[in-house]
Design a protein around this ligand. Structure first.
Ligand SMILES: [Mg+2]
Length: 469
């Protein structure tokens, strides 16, 4: 790549998939999701014209156009910039992306402008990885501790972790990196499935999907709860009856250390529940106590995502029942994660690859979670998120926390066919390691998929409109 290569221009795409037709993605809060991608491509004048960076953030339909408009505002700041200068200090580049005071006013660091910044920062990291001919995770785990720290967003979190502390943590993990990389390449990264547990599915579909997931080697399963407790108990017992049945198992028993403290059943199967923010704090406590018999490991998003002390109260109240608390997919920046950790409000830290403002802010949360000893289990229920988060979990395991024993990365089996480098799962129900030199952050979509699902002019949506739907 030429040392003088610059970003010349960008394009955004408002891409919407009609998942509301099948009930995919339905939960107690979100009843009609059209999984959508606010997508950006950054073009360069590199002699290798194929050097294009792609990024996206995830929404569930209406408003995706608003995010695309915000992406354009943020991406404008990169036009004309020299690539090597941007890549030489990605933390400084991240600060620059956030430093437009007029755009900052419509956040700051939250809401539409922040997820738009996430799409742009992710596209830039994709470009960086592709320019070095490495998958994104490999680019980052091959960095020196100094370079990784320099790539991290530290503003407003130095009361929880300083760059110097982060440097010491990363140096302590240096010696084992090669061994961990070899191990995860061999065995894959642990995963769990949500696809069986959407609220909009009938019992027959839930049973069939659960059985398929057990046979595929999974032993962690998540179901949506919170609309009706009798319905939740019925579905929970149905799922438990399959995952706890020794006759259904096609895998060896899980390593006992991987399921400690997870309320596992007799076959080692673990069930998690997710309420998507529907309750007030006292209601959350009472409702989840009522689900004790289905033995959940944790309740995810029991209440408002900004309510740090509320989460801490739920966690304290449910601890005697052996049920933990997880959250993070709607935590809008690293400061919320900092407080969740400081307040001892979570057992599991669920970063989102594009609600946080891209890779640099994710790195700050990975470092804080490692310092506080809380496992990171990224959120991936949405289009493109599974493609992204396997990279983040690999960075966490190989370079940051050094452990994947108790971690599980969400897997939902929707819409992977639209990506050039889709994620994949091995026969043990674990993510394979992305390994192609040209895949960057694995988020590039097929041009035909964009042409079909771009809103509102794509061929699919035009056909729907012509049919009057
Ligand atoms: Mg969730």
């Amino acid at each position: 790549m030429s040392a003088n290569a610059k970003i010349t221009h960008f394009k955004t795409h408002d891409i919407r998939f009609p998942t509301s037709l099948t009930g995919d993605g339905t939960d107690a809060m979100n009843t009609d999701c059209d999984y959508s991608s606010a997508y950006i491509s950054l073009y360069t004048d590199s002699p290798d014209k194929s050097l294009v960076g792609h990024g996206m953030t995830f929404t569930i339909g209406r408003g995706n156009d608003i995010v695309c408009a915000a992406i354009a505002e943020v991406a404008n700041r990169l036009v004309g910039k020299n690539l090597e200068e941007l890549f030489s200090d990605m933390g400084k580049t991240w600060d620059y992306l956030l430093a437009d005071s007029q755009l900052r006013w419509i956040g700051p660091e939250k809401g539409v402008i922040h997820i738009a910044t996430g799409a742009v920062d992710n596209a830039l990291w994709d470009l960086f990885a592709k320019s070095r001919k490495k998958p994104l995770w490999k680019l980052i785990v091959d960095m020196s501790p100094e370079e990784l720290v320099r790539s991290t967003a530290f503003r407003y979190i130095t009361d929880a972790i300083t760059p110097e502390e982060a440097l010491e943590m990363l140096k302590a993990k240096q010696a084992g990196k090669a061994g961990r990389e070899a191990k995860v390449r061999e065995v894959g990264y642990p995963a769990y499935v949500t696809s069986a547990g959407w609220l909009g599915y009938d019992d027959e579909k839930i049973a069939r999907l659960t059985r398929e997931a057990v046979h595929a080697g999974f032993n962690h399963f998540k179901m949506k709860v919170g609309a009706d407790i009798e319905n939740d108990l019925r579905r929970g017992r149905l799922i438990r009856s399959i995952i706890d049945d020794p006759a259904e198992q096609r895998r060896p028993a899980p390593d006992p250390a991987s399921i400690i403290g997870k309320n596992a059943g007799p076959t080692g199967a673990v069930l998690m529940i997710d309420a998507n923010q529907v309750w007030d704090v006292p209601q959350a406590i009472e409702y989840v106590k009522g689900l004790e018999s289905i033995k959940p490991w944790f309740i995810e998003e029991p209440t408002a995502p900004d309510d740090i002390l509320g989460h801490a109260a739920v966690r304290r109240a449910l601890a005697p029942y052996g049920i933990g608390v997880a959250t993070g997919e709607h935590a809008h920046n690293r400061m919320v994660f900092k407080q969740l950790l400081q307040a001892e409000a979570i057992d599991v830290c669920q970063i989102d690859s594009c609600r946080l403002a891209g890779v640099s802010e994710v790195l700050s949360v990975l470092l804080m979670a490692a310092k506080f000893g809380v496992p990171v289990c990224p959120h991936a229920g949405g289009v493109g998120l599974c493609e992204y988060v396997i990279h983040l979990s690999l960075i966490d395991y190989i370079a940051v926390s050094g452990t994947m024993e108790r971690n599980v990365l969400e897997f939902v089996d929707h819409l992977h066919e639209h990506f050039l480098h889709p994620c994949s799962i091995n026969s043990q129900g674990r993510y394979n390691v992305p390994n192609k030199s040209e895949e960057g952050y694995s988020i590039e979509m097929y041009e035909e998929s964009i042409a079909a699902y771009e809103w509102p002019g794509g061929s699919y949506w035009q056909k729907r409109a012509a049919e009057g739907k």
